[in-house]
Design a protein around this ligand. Structure first.
Ligand code: C5P
Length: 237
């Protein structure tokens, strides 16, 4: 696959055009940012880990009926994806309390919810991705009612599938963020699913196995990303 012009460069990924107008190359970088871009750094090998983990999880979800933009692996840190129009709404699913939820509502960390909480955020860097509800999304015209219903329903399906998978490798899925895109009249899961976009806690010890190691300077950042790749890869193969 010929790599064409750079279409977009984000904090952790680059999208390149290809000779097929319906497909892009998604390149995963080692660059890491946190706290709205205030903290910057590099996590050696992260691009490879996030590409491989995303591929494994997109494949797992596909088997369970969830379609995504993923087409095929191109290299260690690149995948071919469908060229979707990314919806400007990020969907966060929370199974256990932590992060911004605890800060916003003053609740303690580590509470497992009876049912997952689905949150919507406006994908807008300038506005710092504010939290929104369904009415905001619909009134601002960010998605149709049908699209929104589909994104929320799919997010809950993804949650159930991933929770079961991570359970089986001794890890609690704590929360995660999904992005969706429009493609030929459908809504497809897009972006990535990785330790950058999910929180994972080791069962029993509650050791953090995700980007919180970078955000909170917990050490062993690279080692933990590699460990997640191994744990997920070993189960998936
Ligand atoms: O920071 P917060 O607690 O709201 O994050 C919830 C989940 O969404 C975490 O798994 C985090 O990694 C993910 N997230 C993300 N990108 C953002 C904000 C949150 O991947 N811009």
């Amino acid at each position: 696959m010929e790599k064409g012009e750079k279409l977009y460069e984000g904090k952790a990924k680059i999208l390149y055009l290809t000779e097929n107008p319906e497909q892009l190359i998604q390149h995963f970088k080692d660059d890491a940012t946190a706290f709205d871009g205030l903290k910057k750094g590099t996590i050696q090998g992260k691009g490879v880990v996030n590409n491989q983990i995303s591929i494994t999880l997109f494949n797992l979800l596909k088997k369970r009926g969830i379609k995504s933009h993923f087409e095929e692996q191109l290299s260690d840190n690149e995948m071919l994806v469908k060229r979707v129009e990314i919806m400007p709404v990020e969907v966060v699913v929370r199974l256990v309390s932590t992060g911004s939820l605890c800060k916003r509502y003053g609740i303690q960390e580590g509470l497992t919810f009876a049912k997952p909480i689905v949150e919507l955020y406006y994908k807008n860097d300038q506005l710092h991705d504010p939290l929104m509800n369904d009415d905001h999304v619909l009134t601002l015209g960010l998605a149709t009612a049908a699209e929104l219903a589909q994104m929320k329903q799919q997010a809950l399906q993804v949650s159930a599938i991933l929770r079961e998978f991570f359970d089986s490798i001794g890890i609690d899925l704590v929360d995660f963020k999904l992005e969706f895109g429009r493609y030929q009249g459908q809504i497809l899961l897009a972006d990535e699913i990785s330790p950058d976009t999910c929180r994972f806690w080791e069962k029993g010890t509650h050791r953090k196995l995700d980007k919180d190691r970078f955000r909170q300077d917990l050490g062993d950042v690279e080692k933990t990303y590699q460990e997640m790749l191994q744990r997920i890869g070993a189960k998936a193969t």
